[in-house]
Design a binder for this molecule. Structure first.
Ligand code: PMP
Ligand code: GLN
Length: 385
C-alpha cells in the first residue's frame, strides 16, 4: 500500500460520506429491508429497456452530441409545451446531463464565484452545500419549520445581501415530501424581481405529486423562468436511477455558459439511453400515470402503519414519507436509524443530516418506491416497534 506523504488540504474537510451510501451499505450488510436511499426495488418498463437494447444494436454506441441528442431535447421541449404551455428551445435551452446531480453541479460551477452567497432551505438535499463550497461560495441556510416545512419568505428577504448570487429551491421537496404552492412562487418572484439573483429549481420529483396538486415549476413564472436553471431526472420518473440521465433547462444566455462547463465536466452523456428516452417520452402516459402509481403506494404504506406509535403528515410529493418517533424513544435519529437497521432489519434515513447544525427533530425518512410486498413487510416491522 502506497502512503501519500505530502501535505494536502481537503477542499471539503467537513464533508462525510453521503448518508445514502452509509445506510444502503449498512442495510446490505445487515440484510435489512432498504427503505433508506431513494430508489425503486422494481424494474423499469421492459419496453424502455428493449428500446435501449435496440439503440445499442443499431450502433448508437459512440459519443452523443455535447448537449444531448436533438430528438430527446425536442421531446423534452414538447413535454414542457404540452404540460405547462412554456417554450424551451431544444437547440439552445435544454442540455442532457448525467442525472440531476451533474446538472446541479454544473449549474453551480457555472455561476458561483468566491464569496458568493447561495440561499438554501434546510433540510436540504445533500449535494447543494458541498458543491457551493467547492467553488468558494457560502451556503446561507434557512432552517424550515420541522413540522410544516413552510418557507418564511420575510426571513428569506431579510437574508438577501449584495453577495447573494443564487437561491436553490426544491419542489416536491426531498426529504419532507412538501410542495411549493403558487403563493410561494409568487413570493419568490417578488423577492427576485429587479435583482440579478439566479434561481436553481430542483424539480426531480415533478411527476410524483399527490392529491390532485399541480407541480409549480419555475418555468411557469416569468420572473423566475428568466433566471432559472431547472433540473430534472429521468431516473426518478422511469424507475432507473442507475442510468443517471437527467437534464437542465435554462434561458439561452445562461445555457450557453452552462454548456461551456458541461463540455469539460462530462462532455456528453450515455448515448443509447438517450435514444430510448426520446422514443419513450412520445407517450405522455409513461410519465403522467406516475402520480397515481405512487399515491397508491403512499396510501398503502400509511394505511398499514396508521396504528403504530410513529406520527406522520402524509407526503404531498416525492416517494418519501417522514415518520416522527418521539413517542418511541429519545435516542438521536441517527442512532435510532442504525439500531432499526441492525435489530429490526429496516433501514431509513435520519433527517438531522439534512438540517442546519444537525437539528434532530426525531424524524426518519422512509422510501416507499417499493413493491407492495416490500411495503407490507416494512409496515409489519414498524407495527412491532
Ligand atoms: N435532487 C434531489 C432532490 C434528489 O432527491 C436527487 C436524487 N434522487 C437528485 C437531485 C439527483 O438526481 P439524479 O439521481 O438524477 O442525479
Ligand atoms: N436522491 C436519493 C435519495 O434522496 C439518493 C441519491 C444518492 O444516493 N445520491 O435518497
Amino acid at each position: 500500500m502506497l502512503i501519500y506523504r505530502h501535505s494536502f488540504q481537503s477542499k471539503l474537510p467537513e464533508v462525510p460520506t453521503s448518508i445514502f451510501s452509509v445506510m444502503s451499505a449498512l442495510a446490505h450488510k445487515e440484510n435489512a429491508l432498504n427503505l433508506s436511499q431513494g430508489f425503486p426495488d422494481f424494474e423499469s418498463d421492459k419496453n424502455l429497456i428493449n428500446m435501449v437494447h435496440k439503440a445499442m444494436v443499431n450502433g448508437k454506441n459512440q459519443y452523443a452530441p455535447m448537449p444531448g441528442i436533438f430528438s430527446l431535447r425536442q421531446a423534452i421541449s414538447n413535454k414542457m409545451e404540452h404540460l405547462y404551455g412554456v417554450s424551451y428551445n431544444p437547440e439552445t435551452e435544454i442540455t442532457i446531463t448525467a442525472g440531476a446531480t451533474q446538472a446541479i453541479f454544473t449549474a453551480i460551477a457555472t455561476t458561483v464565484k468566491k464569496d458568493d452567497e447561495v440561499l438554501i432551505f434546510k433540510p436540504a438535499y445533500d449535494c447543494y452545500e458541498p458543491t457551493i463550497q467547492l467553488f468558494g461560495g457560502k451556503a446561507i441556510a434557512v432552517q424550515l419549520d420541522p413540522e410544516s416545512f413552510i418557507i418564511d419568505w420575510k426571513l428569506v428577504k431579510s437574508l438577501i445581501t449584495d453577495k447573494t448570487r443564487m437561491i436553490i429551491v426544491n419542489t416536491p421537496h426531498n426529504p419532507s415530501g412538501r410542495i411549493l404552492t403558487a403563493i410561494d412562487m409568487l413570493q419568490l418572484e417578488n423577492i427576485l424581481k429587479d435583482t440579478n439573483i439566479l434561481l436553481l429549481s430542483d424539480e426531480v420529483y415533478e411527476h410524483i405529486i399527490f392529491d390532485g396538486e399541480l407541480h409549480q415549476t419555475a418555468a411557469l413564472y416569468p420572473v423566475l423562468a428568466e433566471r432559472a436553471f431547472i433540473t430534472a431526472s429521468f431516473g426518478k420518473t422511469f424507475h432507473n436511477t442507475g442510468w443517471k440521465i437527467g437534464y437542465c433547462l435554462a434561458p439561452k444566455e445562461l445555457m450557453a455558459e452552462f454548456r461551456k462547463v458541461h463540455q469539460f465536466n462530462v462532455f456528453s452523456v450515455n448515448h443509447p439511453t438517450q435514444v430510448a428516452l426520446a422514443e419513450y417520452l412520445k407517450t405522455p402516459s409513461n410519465y403522467l400515470n406516475l402520480n397515481n402509481f405512487y399515491q397508491q403506494k403512499r396510501d398503502l404504506f400509511l394505511s398499514l402503519i396508521k396504528d403504530t406509535r410513529f406520527e406522520f403528515i402524509p407526503s404531498k410529493g416525492t416517494y418519501f414519507q417522514l415518520l416522527n418517533f418521539k413517542n418511541i424513544t429519545d435516542e438521536s435519529d441517527y442512532d435510532f436509524a442504525i439500531r432499526l437497521t441492525k435489530e429490526q432489519k429496516i433501514a431509513s434515513v435520519p433527517i438531522s443530516v439534512f438540517n442546519e447544525n444537525g437539528l434532530d427533530t426525531k424524524v426518519l425518512r422512509f422510501c416507499f418506491a417499493k413493491t407492495d410486498e416490500t411495503i407490507k413487510k416494512a409496515a409489519e416491522i414498524l407495527c412491532n416497534i
